[in-house]
Design a protein around this ligand. Sequence first.
Ligand code: BDR
Ligand code: CA
Length: 313
Amino acid sequence: MSARKIIIDTDPGQDDAVAILLALGSPDEIEVLGITAVAGNVPLPLTERNARIVCELAGRRDIPVFAGCEAPLKRKLVTAEHVHGKTGLDGPQLPDPTMPLQDTHAVDFIIETLRREAPGTVTLCPIGPLTNIATAFERAPDIVERVEEIVLMGGAYFEVGNITPAAEFNIYVDPEAAEIVFKSGVRLTVMPLDVTHKALTTAPHVAGFRAMGTEVGRMVAEWTDFFERFDKEKYGSAGAPLHDPCVIAYLIAPGMFTGRHVNVEIETTSELTLGMTVADWWGVTDRPRNAMFMGGIDADAYFALITERLARL
Ligand code: BDR
Ligand code: CA
């Protein structure tokens, strides 16, 4: 079977960085056509820069990196330096990237790629706010039916919220964009907090990263050390959720995850619950099912996969 073609749409973020590394360490299963940066965890100049740093760390200066939208569709950008640090990749000392940023805007790259490639052969993997994807869908509605699948990290049902009591960060930052994506009709697989809060970086997992003895292993261990402090304190847990690599792990080993095909609507008006992913987990409405909403993960298999693939880089 040939490798699945994907575009990673991202706001790195330490966990985004691990997701990118997992994809680049898995060339048999995944072909990364490009990485599109969006404003999210930190502003756009930092997210596009961080994406290039991660590609260089993986020895993949050939991966084209594009800068996209610098603000949500209708709102002021909310960032998450309190989790990821000032640069978004706080933790280890990082070199400045030397590979160039592409001239093309990320949204144009998404549109051009979907028009160029055969219909149904490109999967979009958003692991930040959905601004770039929604903008592409609005600007070029013809591309929507050409998308093979969207596999995204965002939302929550049982875990409810992390940036507000009711909302997960990626959806909260740009709820109008999320609404466009969730209503698009594209086959949609969602990795919410319900999954990622079961994928905790406990001590043996971080030791596994460190024991790789490579530059990549050291960086990932140091990133983990950094972002764990916030979540461990907040949740009183033995580690922090490693959110975004769930999207890539799903492409490689979907059997690791369990979930339900349900209706998911995005709250865009209530001040109190803005950005909430209202998932009809119990099937109490007749609203059409639009998303495979995951809820379970084999965390040991997940960390074993990440460790094995990152060791290849
Ligand atoms: C999501 O928000 C970001 O802080 C992480 O990178 C992840 O994509 C988790 O809510
Ligand atoms: Ca992210």
